[in-house]
Design a protein around this ligand. Structure first.
Ligand SMILES: Cc1cc2nc3c(=O)[nH]c(=O)nc-3n(C[C@H](O)[C@H](O)[C@H](O)COP(=O)(O)O)c2cc1C
Ligand SMILES: CCCCC(=O)C(=O)O
Length: 366
């Protein structure tokens, strides 16, 4: 039963989060880079993909479960790495991990988390991957990766889209605060004395290694035995390189449109990247997922699972761990219904021929 005032879909959590959060934090979570063209496109491109359902298929039992890098999840919906959850809720990433465990899915913990790697690990038995930014201080990164490995994280997600932080104009106006990051205590100062604009941008400039290159994948391999996924692959050229250097998975992502504005909508990139990767490594996807139907569309385009960014943060801000659980459950319920009405009783039944993209629309006009 839906209580009065309870959201009925994931999108409604955004307004609840706006009411719950100080403007500076809400603007940080919600914003994109510059004109926010890509931010709008990430969501709108899903609206241009329509469905090609099949009928008279037995859908009395629907199985949403799948595996990601060998780990069983209840649905192909995972939690994207997003920074600083304590700005959204006092329990921070611990609440997020507990929600992931309750929903039987995988949480990707941000490198820029406000709870430590260890606090998150000991809070519950969620399957966790650790997201990494490579800092100039490689020794600090190596320590963090090794701490994560020791604490049972199952994979390293290397985010490669941030040699500099994207220009987020609301954060500049708000003079967005620099994070207090417990993970780095005793290792690295997170103080910045830039009073001009976004302190987060200044912090990134000070810390992130903008000389990082493909060669450094070898360094990462040398410090961990965990599988390595690369996050932000937007072209077939980079997809091929990533496979060549031996990554274990690819995440098609434009960082929720917060880095380079005017990259195409993330969902439209799958049609380019998936054929280039073939079956060599799994392709995951994020950007603009707000409905179970979006998950269905990403799977039809060859993604193995999707990650959800902002809706999870909005759920956390609005209602803590329960809010995140509701966000994931709503997406799962919508995916289940979409599958039933499309004639797919398991996720492997969802194929390219279950959707119609711009490509077919244009072909049909020729
Ligand atoms: C507030 C916020 C913080 C983020 N922080 C990180 C981060 O620390 N590391 C990272 O790899 N990606 C980060 N991302 C990008 C997300 O992992 C993901 O790519 C994006 O949010 C997906 O788009 P969506 O928000 O439309 O679901 C962040 C995104 C948001 C919205
Ligand atoms: C250096 C902070 C990066 C956090 C992040 O990835 C984001 O805000 O999108």
């Amino acid at each position: 039963m839906i209580m009065e005032g309870e959201p009925v879909n994931v999108k409604e959590f955004q307004e609840l989060a706006r009411q719950a959060l100080p403007k500076m934090y809400y603007d940080y979570y919600t914003g994109g880079a510059e004109d926010q063209y890509t931010l709008k496109e990430n969501v709108e491109a899903f609206h241009r993909i329509t469905l090609r359902p099949r009928v008279l298929v037995d859908v009395s039992r629907i199985d949403l479960s799948t595996t990601v890098l060998g780990y069983r999840v209840s649905a192909p919906i995972m939690i994207a790495p997003t920074a600083m959850h304590k700005l959204a809720h006092p329990e921070g990433e611990v609440a997020t991990a507990r929600a992931a465990a309750a929903c039987n899915t995988i949480m990707l913990l941000s490198f820029i988390s406000t709870c430590t790697v260890e606090e998150v690990a000991s809070s519950c038995n969620a399957i966790r991957f650790f997201q990494l930014y490579v800092y100039k201080r490689r020794d600090v990164c190596a320590q963090l990766v090794q701490r994560a490995e020791r604490k049972g994280y199952k994979g390293i997600v290397l985010t490669v889209d941030t040699p500099r932080l994207g220009r987020r104009e609301a954060d500049i106006k708000n003079k967005m605060v620099a994070p207090r990051l417990k993970n780095f205590e005793g290792l690295l100062s997170t103080e910045v004395d830039d009073d001009e604009g976004s302190k987060l941008e200044a912090f990134a400039k000070e810390t992130v290694d903008d000389a990082l290159s493909w060669r450094d994948l070898g360094w990462l391999r040398s410090i961990t035995n965990l599988p390595i996924l690369i996050k932000w692959v937007l072209t077939r050229e980079d997809a091929i390189k990533a496979v060549e250097v031996g990554v274990d998975g690819i995440i098609v992502s434009n960082h929720g449109a917060r880095q380079l504005d005017y990259t195409p909508a993330s969902i439209s990139v799958l049609e380019e990247v998936v054929p280039a990767v073939g079956e060599k490594v799994p392709v995951l996807f994020d950007g603009g997922v707000r409905r179970g139907k979006d998950v269905f569309k990403a799977l039809a385009l060859g993604a193995q699972a999707v990650l959800v960014g902002r809706p999870v943060v909005y759920g956390l801000a609005a209602k803590g761990e329960y809010g995140i659980k509701r966000v994931i459950e709503m997406l799962k319920d919508e995916l289940e219904l979409t599958m039933a009405l499309s004639g797919c009783s398991s996720v492997k039944d969802i194929t390219r021929s279950h959707i119609r993209t711009e490509r077919e629309r244009l072909q049909s006009m020729l």
